[in-house]
Design a protein around this ligand. Structure first.
Ligand code: ARG
Length: 363
């Protein structure tokens, strides 16, 4: 435990929350707690603030305007795999609601000296399996999750039906025990079938996506304390699904079939068939989520919001660090205001970080 990190965070917390009370008293407490236990315990308010600022400090996230509204589920008392599974499902239900997505984080037990907190192997709480054929190529599902699918199978998962959209079980490692496989109940997984407002054939492609992206393999770092299990979600921006998940050649690779159905000439790149198909896929994604009553934003709106966020941060006397390569949307980039400028890309703390895996299991 780095006492300096603790002090830096507490100073930030007390500066930005003037009504919180006496910094010096808290610093003395924390220093002595670190000296005797090797770590310290955040108050519920410190934790909630730390989680919100970690979002504010996420250089890759274009959706940070609403950082203050993050709902924080304090589940630090939960350190066993079963408990984590139950609370993850509850997180999904609360964050999904009836389609009005609520940005939410659930924070489980932190790492303590000699006692690591739980960990989730899945990159997100909802991930579609990717099945390999005999030659190792993915023949069904999301190739992006083929490795995780292999691991789940080695651990004894036989649940998949072999479709393109089978939800993987959660793989949760805790208390030095073998990982637990926990299936996510279907009624906790809201999905949206993708249809197009003007092409009836589009629905026949059978494309769909889940409503809520809940990142589950990043560590929340607050004032020197690591919370390795702290799944968090916002809502989707359409291009994440339409221009990446469904379109990337190493994901669902749907552009060739969409272009064919549109009757485009795919014999040369310069007919721009990929670009034209891409637009229609993204129209379909936004249309379908809206029809289903599920929160989603388009990249134009979200880019404008990001610029307001940036200006608001600067008015508050802070800089807003950002990573251009992630902030700029993957389509029509130059039509959005975030394209036409540069950003400082410094990493502030608290933060969400991806640790090299410290695991009991070498997977
Ligand atoms: N890009 C990821 C996905 O398509 C989700 C990342 C987080 N996105 C968000 N809108 N909070 O699943």
């Amino acid at each position: 435990m780095d006492a300096l990190e603790a002090e830096k965070f507490l100073r930030l917390y007390y500066t930005e929350n003037p009504s919180a009370g006496d910094l010096w008293r808290r610093l003395r407490q924390v220093t002595s707690e670190i000296a005797t236990t090797g770590t310290y315990t955040h108050t519920a308010d410190e934790l909630a603030y730390g989680a919100r600022v970690a979002w504010r400090n996420s250089n890759r996230c274009i959706g940070r305007l609403y950082w203050k509204s993050l709902r924080v589920r304090d589940r630090r008392q939960v350190d066993g795999a079963e408990g984590v599974a139950v609370e993850c499902v509850e997180h999904l239900r609360e964050a999904t609601g009836d389609g009005r997505i609520r940005p939410t984080i659930t924070v489980f037990a932190p790492d303590r000296p000699g006692r690591p907190g739980p960990r989730i192997w899945n990159g997100q709480l909802i991930r579609y399996a990717g099945y390999r054929g005999a030659d190792g190529d993915v023949v069904a599902g999301d190739p992006g999750n083929a490795d995780l699918t292999d691991k789940a199978r080695r651990l004894g998962w036989f649940g998949g039906r072999g479709t393109h959209f089978d939800v993987l079980p959660l793989v949760i490692e805790a208390q030095g025990k073998p990982p637990l496989l926990a299936s996510v109940p279907g009624d906790a997984v809201l999905e949206v079938p993708i249809a197009h407002p003007s092409y009836p054939w589009f629905a026949e492609l059978g494309l769909r996506w889940h409503a809520v992206p809940v990142i589950s393999n990043m560590c929340l770092e607050v004032g020197g304390v690591c919370y390795p299990c702290a799944p968090f979600n916002g809502w989707y921006m359409g291009t994440e699904i339409g221009a990446r998940n469904l379109a990337d050649t190493d994901r669902y690779n749907c552009l060739p079939v969409v272009a064919e159905r549109l009757g485009l000439d795919t014999s040369h790149d310069r007919t721009l068939w990929k670009d034209r198909a891409l637009v229609e896929v993204n129209v379909a994604v936004l249309h379908s989520f809206e029809q289903a009553g599920v929160t989603i934003t388009d990249h134009h709106t979200e880019a404008r919001r990001f610029i307001s966020h940036l200006e608001r941060e600067e008015r508050s006397g802070r800089t807003c660090p950002a990573d251009w390569t992630w902030i700029v949307p993957p389509m029509s980039s130059s039509t959005t205001p975030v394209f036409h400028r540069y950003y400082e890309d410094t990493q502030l703390s608290p933060a969400f970080v991806q640790h090299p895996r410290k695991s009991y299991y070498d997977w």
